[in-house]
Structures are given as C-alpha cells and as structure tokens.
Design a protein around this ligand. Sequence first.
Ligand SMILES: [Zn+2]
Length: 300
Amino acid sequence: MNRKLPGLARIFYLLLGIFLGAVVMVLSPKAYDSVFQWRFLSGLGLTRFNPGGEKMHRVPEPADLVKLYPDIVVRQWTPQIPSIAITFDDGPDNEYTPKILDILREHGVRATFFLIGHSVEKYPKVAKRIIAEGHAIGNHTYHHVNLANMAPWQVVTELEKANTVLAQVVNQQPSAVRPPYGALDSLAIEAIAEKGYKVVLWTIDSLDWHGLSAKEVLDNVIPELKNGTILLHHSAGGPEEDLSGMLEALPVIIETLKKQGYSFLTIPEVIEQYEAEREIAAKAALKISSQAKRSLSLGG
Ligand SMILES: [Zn+2]
C-alpha cells in the first residue's frame, strides 16, 4: 500500500519536475504567467512574467492613459451645457448603497454605479433598485481585482463574468468599465478595448474611502468642481471602511451643483457626448490636413 520510493528515485522525480517547469517557462512564458496570475494567487500580487520593454511593464498614470488611448479611456469631457457625472464604485451593499439611493431620489438626481459582480449576486435587490430608480450601471469586475496584475484573457474573464451576472439580475450588460484602483496596464487596456468596452476613470476622487469626515470630503470636491467633471465616490466599503462622511457631504455637493446650474448626466450619456466630441475633432483635423495638402500641391 504505502510503498516508499527509494531515495534516488525521489530525487530523480524532483529534478524532472523542476526541469519540466523550466521547459514550460522558456517555451511558453504566457502559461507560466497564467498560473501565477490565477485568481487564487492574484491576491499575492505576484509580478507578471512578460517579456518585452517599457510597454509591457510600466503602469501608466491615469492622465497618461487618456493620452495613450483617447478612444478608449474617458476621464472628463467638454459638455455644451454645464454638466457633471456622479459615480459610485464598489456596490451594491445593503448599508450605504440604499442610503445613497435615498439621497439621490430626494434630490431628483441620477448617477452611475460601477458594480462588483459578486456583490450583485449577494445583493440583487439593491442592484435592481438602482436600475428601477433610473440610474446607470457600469462594470467594476467580478472579484474587484487589480487588472494590471492579470494576463489579458483573465481581464476579459473578470469583465465578462461580471456582465453575465448583471445580465441575469438587471438584464443589462454595460460597456463602461471602471478598473478597481484605477489600475491598468497596456496589455489590460488593449484586451478591454478589443471586447468593445470603454474605460471610465474619474476627474475628482473624493477620497471618501479613506474614512474622511464630511468636511474633508467637501474640501476635496467643491473647489475642484467644473464643467465635464466625473466625480468618484464609493457606495460600499470593506469591513473597516466608514463612508458616513461621504453620506453627509453628498447632499451638500448636489445642492452646490444645482445652485450653479449643473445638469447631472449618467456615464452612458457622457460616453455618447465624448464620442461625438472626438468625431467632430477628428473631422476638423482631417479638414486641416487636406487643406494643408492642397496648399502644398498648389505650390503654396
Ligand atoms: Zn473599487
């Protein structure tokens, strides 16, 4: 039954295992990468094994992401009439999200909730209430993972798993994605774009997740408000996270914006306006370049 391997044979099998592991690593770095970025290990934050240069390894800043991928990444926009978009990440839960929905309903304001797939499974009623009260939703991955640490196929799996849950619970599959922690690298962003998603970052972070008081949240937000701002709050937190300062600040932020004549847009509306802006800019650029060519051919 419990036959023991002789010592030499044990060493042989151990060396064979190490050798085969090394062969896989050399022949298929991607396979190695996939194992190390497996979701049960991804919490360890293991570095990615990617051959190549800067593009593969550097995690760009949000402002750089917009410059590098203007067709995919939205961080602000330039509306014709004073407008703003309020967004909430990490929900739903049954503590903060319902209170936020109460405040929004009381003030007649629509917002966008970037939802985590597994939280939607846990609190389907709250997710349904978000939709029933006229708000928009976005995809905030299934497990709330750092996409910059994952292989491209895993990034796509995370997003599609979240959208499958959303389709089942609220019958919607949002194309707007907000990466947890705002973390993305070039590989992740290209995988996201290939599937037709848009990445939506934010212009102002209220830093409410830091457990700030209402005054601190207001100090972060009010001076920075301007046309075309995407404002980031959270509608759920970890066990240690206290969002009560944000709850107290939210009505003040809404009232301030209303007094200044702002309209409140949802993220799908923002994306629509952003794409129209880009189209107009592209046409204008084309016109300028064809005029330049014409004047060159005329010998100007
Ligand atoms: Zn988040």
